[in-house]
Structure formats: structure tokens, C-alpha cells
Design a protein around this ligand. Structure first.
Ligand code: AMP
Length: 216
């Protein structure tokens, strides 16, 4: 398999991470992929108290995008590292605005980009995210019907930005900053767009499976 670049788009709680995790658990299709969730990377930086985390925290708590200079070079370095190791890469959460998208397309210089969009209604997003719980140790995603992580037993927590007020601001940011990125990317000749609508069962996700199979 050649190394591929896949970009995920979708509102918070669209199921990007969970559907990827389920596919990874039941197939080999993602074995050659590095998965970089910029939100997860930033939450880890906050938890570790790194310089990046300290700078990013206030923006994240408000549901705003962190400044581009904190994120663009980290992501471009990760893409380079993946390519050096002949790995494909999924970017979940990047690019989130036009300057990030332009930095990415400039760096990729015409390389094929696979964009996967996960459309979902706002009401479902709000309902899902306020009930979402995550494992602070392994990142596993669950809901508030569970108290502990079913992978490692750690007590689940609620993300500080998964409150209704902050989720609404994150949805505004999605509409204002991120949707224009999709419009920009689909006009690029090297971009192929796939839309994956919500599935009834996370265990069976034929759209995800067909998409990743087509890359092999
Ligand atoms: P997510 O887990 O993707 O919902 O991201 C959580 C938060 O991390 C966002 O609300 C932003 O504050 C920040 N974030 C994640 N990715 C980016 C990005 N590409 N650019 C700027 N901020 C980001």
C-alpha cells in the first residue's frame, strides 16, 4: 500500500474517533495508518503541563481554536515522520481553518488527499457530547451509563469542553472556521471527497470499511 493522507471532517461527537477505533479493532485496514487526533494531542499536552498545553488550555476551555502557530508545525512534522516511515496518516481535527488548510496543501504540493466527511445534525451532537465520557488514561470513549473504562478500568471523566455551552461554541467554530475548509479542499484537483453518514451500529460500518479497503 502506498502512503496515504486522509483528513477527517465532522462536528464534535460525529463519531470520527469511535468509528475509527471500532474498525481498527475488527480489521487490519488501519494497521499501516498513524492516527493523529489534534484534540487528543492537545488534551495530552494540557494533562502533561507542557508549554503547548499551557498555551492551548484557555482556548480549548472556551471552545475556540488554538492559534495556528501552536498546531501547524506539529502536524506538518508528524506528516513528514509518517512518510519517512512509509506510514499512511489520518488527521482527525486538522485542518480546522483556511490558513491551516493552505499550509497543509502547500506542504503536500499536489499529493493526493482523501477527505472523509462525517455529516451529523447539531441536536445529535449536543445530546451525544454532553453524555460523553472519556478515559483519561487510554482515551477510550464511552457515555455516562458507564463509570469505568471497559478497556483499562480507569474511572471515566467528562471533557471540560463537553458542556452544552462550550459545545455550542465549538459548533459555531465548526460552521465559521471549518466548513469553509471543506469548500476550499473539494475545489483542489488532488482531493477526493467521501461522505460517511451515521451508522446504526458502530460494530458494522460498511461505509468506513469500503473507504479504507479502496485505499489498499
Ligand atoms: P476536538 O477533540 O477535535 O474536538 O478538539 C478539542 C479542542 O482542541 C478544540 O475545540 C480546539 O480548541 C482544539 N483543537 C483541536 N484541533 C485543532 C486545530 N487543528 N486547530 C486549532 N485548535 C484545535
Amino acid at each position: 500500500m502506498r502512503s496515504h493522507i486522509v483528513l477527517y471532517f465532522g462536528k464534535p461527537g460525529a463519531g470520527k474517533g469511535t468509528r475509527t477505533q471500532k474498525l481498527k479493532e475488527r480489521t487490519f485496514l488501519l494497521d499501516d495508518f498513524m492516527i493523529l487526533s489534534t484534540g487528543q494531542m492537545l488534551r495530552q499536552a494540557v494533562a502533561d503541563g507542557t508549554h503547548l498545553g499551557q498555551e492551548a488550555k484557555a482556548y480549548m476551555d472556551k471552545g475556540e481554536l488554538v492559534p495556528d502557530h501552536l498546531i501547524v508545525s506539529v502536524v506538518l512534522d508528524a506528516i513528514e515522520k509518517a512518510a519517512e516511515n512509509q506510514k499512511s496518516i489520518i488527521l482527525d481535527g486538522f485542518p480546522r481553518n483556511l490558513p491551516q488548510a493552505k499550509a497543509l496543501t502547500d506542504a503536500l504540493n499536489g499529493k493526493k488527499i482523501y477527505v472523509v466527511d462525517f455529516p451529523i445534525a447539531d441536536e445529535i451532537v449536543i445530546e451525544r457530547t454532553i453524555h460523553r465520557r472519556i478515559c483519561p488514561k487510554c482515551g477510550n470513549v464511552s457515555d455516562d451509563t458507564h463509570k469505568t473504562c471497559n478497556q483499562c478500568g480507569t474511572t471515566l471523566i467528562q471533557r471540560s469542553d463537553d458542556t452544552e455551552e462550550v459545545v455550542k461554541r465549538r459548533l459555531d467554530s465548526y460552521r465559521e472556521d471549518t466548513e469553509p475548509v471543506l469548500d476550499y479542499l473539494v475545489k483542489c484537483p488532488n482531493v477526493r471527497l467521501t461522505r460517511l453518514y451515521p451508522t446504526i451500529s458502530l460494530e458494522e460500518d460498511p461505509g468506513m470499511e469500503t473507504f479504507f479497503r479502496s485505499l489498499h
